[in-house]
Design a protein around this ligand. Structure first.
Ligand code: AMP
Ligand code: GLY
Length: 432
């Protein structure tokens, strides 16, 4: 089979790496890819949102399946365009990717289908928004309806702060058109986990759990980032909890989307809050998490290409409701450019990645990497490397990942040193 993966991050490196292991994968392309992906796939210089360019390339190469990594191309209808051209694609169509693209859609959908989530209101008028804030009190959560690169969510501790957030979003000052409408939500207190599922429009299979670390600093402090590390499985994930998540959230969603005439195919990524043991939906994403994908891919026991093909062809039932998973745990630590998530310099040389990978069970996925004119590896993005390790438990995997990181010679980068701390603490408490 000929496969084309869309995207250029660590998530896409992990996807390409798994697909390359499949015996039926004969030709593997990635648009646009990065320096790590180019070692195992043919990288083509087409932007992930260049729908026409991607369709033309896929037709030219007679690609069998296009696997879409990021949300932006999904939300502008890349899958629809490929299907119209007779090319199979893994990922939701535009009318299903709206689950991530519009928070207002997602909240109304949850209300209609009784899916547990935070209470909310939708607003385009500032006076109505303020009245809702007055009525509900603080803490309260203010969100842009549209995509805002993960930044359109503010948790407000005072009424003044909440007024200001609503005003800045609705006026367009903070996030442009993404804030034309806002969602104001009840604050949910609990611990977060990420839950993944793969759907074929009708049936859906659980696809692993993870926890990520969004803040830039140790101890979960500092600015929000795209994710500084993750581990899988999430420490609180039990078969009973997973069943509850499938029964109360994931299955009703896939059934509801079918009933709405928006069949959901692809990855459904639920950001969940565990509130006194009850899983509640914070948000849906229409794709794998990054860096969560990097810790889930190594744990999948089945052939990933088979699973993707089954999803695209509506055949997930063949797995009898369950995929195979390794009993090992995995962790990934992000190395980012100094200064990230603020401004940073590009082009600093990174050495000894291959030495880090010499440890058994360690794999380094690339994100913002490229080669300079001398063929040296350099940073070209904020998040740059994902040092990923597998172990008997999270503590073991964590030690390995940080051993491997010591080998990497990159003065221009940094990492957090406490990735997986919640799981390590839980493991230590269990052992005591
Ligand atoms: P989102 O982009 O919707 O996932 O929100 C980003 C982060 O804000 C989430 O990962 C949560 O940590 C937090 N958050 C969002 N909505 C709520 C809520 N209703 N209650 C508490 N925390 C929330
Ligand atoms: N790691 C969070 C995300 O991919 O949205």
């Amino acid at each position: 089979m000929k496969i084309l993966v869309i995207g250029s991050g660590g998530r896409e490196h992990a996807l390409v790496w798994r697909l390359a292991k499949s015996e039926r994968c004969e030709e593997l392309y990635c648009a646009p890819g990065n320096a790590g992906i180019c070692q195992i796939a043919d990288c083509v210089d087409i932007k992930d949102t260049d729908v026409e360019g991607i369709v033309a390339f896929a037709k030219d190469k007679a690609i069998d399946i296009v696997v879409v990594g990021p949300e932006a191309p999904l939300c502008i209808g890349l899958v629809d365009a490929l299907e119209s051209a007779g090319i199979k694609a893994f990922g939701p169509r535009e009318n299903a990717a709206i689950m991530e693209g519009s928070k207002a859609f997602m909240k109304d959908f949850c209300k209609k289908y009784n899916i547990p989530t935070a209470g909310y209101g939708r607003f385009t008028d500032i006076d109505d928004a303020k009245a809702f804030i007055d009525k509900n009190g603080v803490p309260i959560v203010i969100k842009t309806d549209g995509l805002a690169a993960g930044k359109g969510v503010l948790i407000c501790q005072s009424v003044e702060e909440a007024y200001k957030a609503a005003e800045e979003m609705l006026s367009g000052a903070a996030f442009g058109a993404a804030g034309n409408e806002i969602v104001i939500e009840e604050f949910m207190d609990g611990e977060e986990l990420s839950f993944f599922a793969i759907a074929d429009g009708e049936s859906v299979l659980p696809f692993g759990t993870a926890q990520d670390h969004k803040r830039v600093g140790d101890g979960d402090t500092g600015l929000n980032t795209g994710g500084m590390g993750a581990y899988s499985p999430a420490h609180m994930a039990t078969p009973a909890l997973e069943k509850k998540i499938m029964d109360t959230i994931i299955i009703p969603t896939v059934d509801g989307m079918k009933a709405e005439g928006r069949p959901y195919t692809g990855v459904l990524y639920a950001g969940l809050m565990l509130v006194n043991g009850t899983p509640k939906l914070i948000e849906y994403n229409a794709r794998f998490g990054d860096p969560e994908c990097q810790v889930i891919m190594p744990r999948l026991g089945n052939d990933f290409l088979d699973v993707i093909e089954a999803a695209v062809n509506g055949n997930l039932k063949q797995y009898g409701g369950k995929l195979e998973w390794s009993s090992k745990s995995s962790i990934t630590v992000v190395m980012a450019s100094n200064g990230y998530p603020g401004s940073y310099e590009k082009g600093s040389v990174i050495k000894n990645v291959d030495e880090a990978e010499r440890y058994e069970g360690v794999k380094v996925f690339h994100a913002g990497t490229a080669r300079n004119d001398d063929g040296e590896l350099v940073n070209v993005g904020g998040r740059v490397l994902n040092i990923t390790a597998g172990g008997d438990n999270i503590g073991h995997a964590k030690r390995l990942a940080y051993e491997a990181i010591k080998k990497i010679d990159w003065p221009g980068g940094f990492c957090r040193f406490d990735i997986g701390w919640r799981a390590v603490k839980a493991e230590e408490e269990k052992a005591a």
